[in-house]
Structure formats: C-alpha cells, structure tokens
Design a protein around this ligand. Structure first.
Ligand code: HEM
Length: 193
C-alpha cells in the first residue's frame, strides 16, 4: 500500500475520529455551561460508563457466551458505544481537579480509546488486504511468488493485529481497575460532603 493511500485510508480517519471526540467534548461542555446545566455533566459519568460496559456485548459474542447478534454489528456497536461513552466521561471529568484517581482513570480511558482506534485501523487494513487478495484470485490466476507475497502481507497484518491485542487488553484491564477504584471511592465518600 503506497504512503499516500495509507495516509488517506488509515491515518486521516484515525485523527479525524479522535479530533471529533475532543471537539464534541469541548462543545458539549460549552453548551452545558451556557445553559447553566453544569451539574448534568457531573452525572454523565454514569451513563458513559454504562455505555462502555454495554459495548462488551461484543466480547461476550466473540467468546460465544451469547449467540445473538452478528459479530460485525457488535464490533461496530463496541466502537460506537465506547466513543459515545468516552465523550460523556470526558464531559463528566471536565477540567476540574479533585483527586488523582479519577484523573488516572481518564488518562487510561484516553489511551484506551486511542489504542482502540489503532486496532480499528489495523483491522480495516487486514480486511482490505483480504478483499484485494480475493479479487485478484478471482480475476486471474496468480504466480506462486505473487500468492506467497500476498499471503505474507496477510500474515503481517494479522500478526500486527495479534500484537496489538497484547497491548490493548492490559490497557483495558488497567483502565477497568482504576475506574472501579474511582467508583468505589465515590460511593465510600458519598454524603460526606
Ligand atoms: C473505553 C474504551 C475502550 C475499551 C475499554 C475497549 C476494550 C476492548 C477490549 C477489552 C477488547 C478485546 C475484545 C475481546 O477480544 O473480547 C477490544 C477490542 C477491540 N476494540 Fe476496543 N475498547 C475501547 C475503545 C475502542 C474504540 C474507541 C475503538 C474504535 C473506534 C475500539 C476498537 C476495537 C477493535 C477494532 C477491537 C478488536 C476486535 C477483535 O480483535 O476482536 N475500541 N476493546
């Protein structure tokens, strides 16, 4: 894949998606302030977390713990719900600094979202490669070398995906633990203020 198409097909959508998340968080925060509804933001952490938790329907489907829903649609749901949930959490966090734990949770969430978006681009590349390979197979007979090269690139992209999972999973785990810590501490100190 040439550099230009890599930039257009993978790098640009990656940055656009993240920029949209940051812009949407800033605009939502501004709107809440303008409408004197800043308190709404404080509670957005709850639906935001619920959306992120709901997005794990994909994991349940992947591990055959549930059998309903197409994996493709559920992955789309995972990507969309984590995006929307993260937006709510970002508005919820705002720029208020009260304690270290919530900020750690937010930093890990942002790293998690960025990592998720990298995985999404890698998966997109893998699919493109497979599609191109299939089309080439169908249209004309390929030489042995060509097939080997194609298979090699497929394995590289799949290999990248496998390596990415090794990174994405622990990030998600740490994010989950720190978030849980934040939630538990909120309930422990609830009503004290
Ligand atoms: C709060 C943020 C996020 C968390 C906690 C999270 C967590 C996870 C976890 C635990 C998995 C592994 C699923 C499994 O194998 O069971 C996963 C996979 C994946 N996530 Fe996320 N994710 C987040 C955000 C995102 C975002 C924003 C995107 C893309 C827009 C995304 C795209 C993906 C993709 C493409 C996979 C790979 C699916 C697969 O290998 O089967 N994630 N995510």
């Amino acid at each position: 894949m040439e550099v230009k198409s890599l930039l257009r097909q993978e790098v640009a959508p990656f940055f656009a998606q993240f920029a949209m998340l940051v812009a949407a968080a800033i605009v939502s925060d501004q709107v809440l302030h303008a409408l004197d509804l800043v308190w709404v933001g404080r509670y957005l952490g709850i639906p935001g977390t619920l959306l992120i938790v709901l997005s794990f329907l994909y994991s349940l489907r992947k591990r055959k713990m549930i059998t309903v829903g197409s994996p493709k649609a559920l992955l789309w749901l995972h990507e969309t719900l984590t995006w929307a949930g993260s937006l709510m959490v970002l508005v919820h966090a705002g720029i208020h600094f009260n304690a270290v734990l919530p900020w750690l949770a937010m930093i890990f969430m942002i790293i998690n979202v960025l990592s998720g978006m990298v995985g999404q681009r890698l998966l997109h590349r893998s699919r493109q490669h497979l599609k191109e390979k299939e089309e080439r197979y169908r249209s004309h007979g390929m030489s042995k070398e060509e097939v080997e090269r194609e298979v090699f690139w497929d394995s590289v992209t799949y290999d990248l995906m496998a390596k990415w999972r090794i990174v994405h999973f622990p990030i998600s785990f740490v994010f989950g633990v720190v978030t849980l810590g934040h939630i538990v501490s909120i309930f422990m100190f609830w009503g004290w203020k």
